[in-house]
Design a protein around this ligand. Sequence first.
Ligand SMILES: [Zn+2]
Length: 313
Amino acid sequence: MTFGRRTFLAGAGALAASTALASPTKPRRIIDVHMHAYPAATVFDDPIVNPITGKKSPIRTGADHMEACIAEMKRRNVVMGVVSGGDGDRLKAAADWHDRDPARFIAGAGVRGSDDTPLPPLDVLRKAFADGSIKVLGEVTSQYAGLPLGDPKYEPYLALAEEFDIPVALHTGSMPGGTTFDACCRTARARLGNPEYVEEALNRHPKLRLNLMHGGWPYLEQTIAILMLYPNVNLDTGALAWLLPRPAFHGILRQLVEAGHGKRIMFGSDHMFWPDAIGLSIDAVESATFLTEDQKQDIFFNNAARFYRLPIA
Ligand SMILES: [Zn+2]
């Protein structure tokens, strides 16, 4: 998600008082499939304030942000993260995180395809896929560019991902309030977050593995329709887990699990500028009392390890 550090959802602050759950006594291993890197030299001008807890962060640069994320991952036993580069230097930022801790990070190429954030040259991406420095195509933010994934612009990129067996992680569902009025994103449209729009692309590329980031919420029925028909599609809990009021997030999880898709849900934080959102997101899943221990283990670890074919035992 692209987030201008504004309020995401009215009423989300009501969650603040209920987020301080105790960690489980025996910490489980966790994979976070929805992380974001910013170039090390990025300077954050304003103090970063977590929109849910109101806590101020000492982070001032992209380099600080990376170290704070690693510290939070260690604190909560998040052993691996799939990290997407930020808008400034999309390929390099995520690769830098991988170089900082190769066993912890899988680098993804964040791409958009708008006039002011064009897609990277295909040959650059081909080289990165071939040498293994980039292992995921995502976060793909075609919704911000006002385009469906099936737009011809993305076609050679999907073909390349399929050729190299690279999973694609696509932003789906909603966006922060006011996104379409930002200079960056005048093309952004709510309706394009509907996962129905991925169907033509999936149909043309039957071997493609696709992660519906943010689970396509609020188009949950359409997400379920896509999961039913396309076994190569999973989803993640990015942003939903910590930015939504907890009953709403639990309602989403419950609906997906009751529809039989417990093995398709992957834990993702979408922490953006706020490393503590990783822990908040973990607490949100842990507190879902309707999930069995096995279901939690699938969401936190097994489903991502299988879908992303992660080098982890
Ligand atoms: Zn997103």
